[in-house]
Ligand binder design. Structure first.
Ligand code: ATP
Length: 343
């Protein structure tokens, strides 16, 4: 059984609740189980990335979080209220993956229409600021029908942000954007976090997610395959060392610092997966303490330390590792089941 997080005062602004919280969500479309069992949360002011292969269920989960698709099972609290509650929805800005605006309206008119629909009190000057923020200030009076895909996506971002949301959901916000546009979106997301606005970002551009997200949730076939902060997900920290004059005593000292891997980068180069069993350490702290002590001790043992550099596992590598690992496990389970039937 799940326990819903504490919420603030009824009818008030509910400051204590996460921006969104869900537990054991399930959704089936006809014979296809799109979402099996998804629990996650996004804290206030937190930027969370939702990653996973095509068809993993990301958009379906987002729509269930926002009350746009009804789950078959599970619970959702959006800004501390049930997902369909108009007061909760009023606090959300949503850029859907697929959208089209009325081609006969200008960018400024689209924005004004969405302000009216939201019921928020947003001045004309503030609406113009939003268009400036997404780089469309000079095109405010132009009809949307003549906009490129990237310009439409920028307008979608302005619409998502115009009613001063407390939780912003961006489903593939940069799929049509050039590198400059992607950098703009990154700045917008970081600006939102600074203002305490929570963001959920679904993107296949993993480098982008790695740069802006505090935490990541990886979906695979409708289930959470992994979740955690970047440090938790990117796992054990490694350092590459170039050393000469290694003695048996120095080898022993190295082994006490962690697992040593050789090969690939030359005879003097080794990679150390740093170990520190003391509790309460994150990876940065671990490397920050273990490596200087190790270098001091190696020098005292007569070793020449030529280079020490951190090895960073990319989120892309980690994601591929998780997805391939899950595929291998499924294949092994299917083989085992097949052998069971044959016996
Ligand atoms: N309205 C629907 N009717 C039937 N099947 C649906 C519907 N919406 C989603 N699905 C199915 O649910 C599964 C998950 O789809 P979803 O769009 O949530 O995936 P996704 O992770 O967002 O994928 P992508 O990265 O390709 O956008 C897919 O198999 C899809 O075909």
């Amino acid at each position: 059984m799940s326990v819903a997080p504490a919420v603030g005062t009824a009818g008030g602004s509910l400051p204590d609740s996460p921006a969104v919280w869900c537990s054991h969500l399930r959704k089936r479309f006809r014979r296809h189980q799109a979402v099996h069992d998804v629990s996650l949360q996004v804290g206030r002011g937190e930027v969370v990335g939702l990653l996973g292969p095509n068809g993993a269920g990301k958009t379906t989960v987002i729509k269930m979080l926002l009350g746009l698709v009804t789950p078959d099972d599970g619970e959702v609290l959006l800004l501390g209220r049930p997902a369909g509650d108009p007061a909760a929805r009023a606090g959300v800005g949503y850029l859907p993956e697929l959208f089209r605006y009325q081609p006969w309206l200008s960018a400024a008119e689209v924005l004004a229409l969405h302000v009216r629909l939201s019921g928020a009190d947003v001045s004309a000057a503030e609406q113009r600021d939003r268009l400036d923020l997404v780089g469309l200030g000079a095109r405010a009076a132009d009809r949307v029908g003549g906009f490129s895909k990237g310009m439409q996506q920028r307008l979608g971002l302005a619409v998502a942000l115009v009613a001063r949301p407390r939780f912003v959901v961006l489903d593939e916000p940069t799929s049509a954007l050039d590198p400059l546009g992607r950098a703009d979106v990154r700045d917008v997301v970081l600006g939102l976090r600074e203002q305490g606005v929570a963001v959920m970002l679904n993107s296949h551009l993993i480098g982008e997610v790695e740069r802006v997200c505090d935490r990541v949730v990886i979906l695979d076939r409708g289930r959470v395959a992994a979740a955690g902060s970047m440090t938790e997900l990117l796992g054990q920290q490694q350092v590459r060392l170039r050393l000469t004059g290694l003695t048996p005593a120095a080898e022993q000292r190295l082994a006490r610092a962690g697992a040593v891997h050789r090969g690939g980068d030359g005879p003097d180069v080794l990679t150390l997966s740093v170990r520190d069993d003391r509790p309460g350490q994150d990876d940065g702290e671990r490397v920050g303490r273990v490596v200087p002590e190790l270098v001091r001790d190696l020098a005292a043992l007569g070793v020449d330390v030529h280079a020490v550099e951190p090895v960073r596992v990319s989120l892309e590598d980690r994601l591929l590792g998780i997805l391939r690992g899950a595929a291998d496990e499924r294949a092994a389970a299917e083989r085992a089941a097949g052998e069971g039937v044959a016996r």
